[in-house]
Design a protein. Structure first.
Length: 153
């Protein structure tokens, strides 16, 4: 007979346990739908995190451009103290001992002498590489970084 009665199943299970055998337990897995729902939820969370990280990366690039421009300003001022003049437009930033001459978007910083109401200016044209723009495409000017400066009139 292929089918055992419940009592026979229990007795065989007791015998197997006493003999050191383990009783196999039924294994319950996840259905395909359950797995798909979890994958979709994880995908949505990853997308939301990626968008937020992108915003932070944009802000970090703009902050790095500001920091680089401040360092370049210091190098230009040091050049002035050593040579009693600022670098010309033809010399640009090439005469300065700088580690980095490119902005966070891979374009060279622009050096202009004279600047508007300043002896010189250093510019990064932002992510789009063109004058003007807002947000990540906004330009960063050295005279904007100077405390109390309102820029050119």
């Amino acid at each position: 007979m292929y089918f055992e009665t419940l009592r026979e199943v229990e007795m065989n299970a007791e015998r197997r346990t006493r003999l050191g055998h383990t009783i196999p337990q039924p294994v319950r897995g996840f259905s395909l739908i359950e797995v798909m729902v979890v994958v979709v939820i994880i995908g949505m969370l990853a997308g939301a995190v990626a968008l937020k990280v992108g915003d932070y990366m944009d802000a970090a690039r703009t902050n790095r451009a500001k920091s680089d421009i401040a360092a370049i300003e210091s190098a230009v001022e040091a050049y002035y103290l050593t040579h009693s003049r600022y670098p010309s437009n033809d010399e640009g930033l090439e005469k300065l001992p700088l580690k980095n001459r490119t902005d966070p978007w891979g374009r060279p910083y622009e050096y202009n002498r004279p600047g508007p109401d300043t002896p010189f200016e250093i510019i990064s044209f932002g992510a789009d590489g063109r004058e003007g723009g807002e947000g990540i495409d906004g330009d960063v000017y050295s005279w904007e970084l100077q405390e109390g400066s309102e820029g050119p009139n």
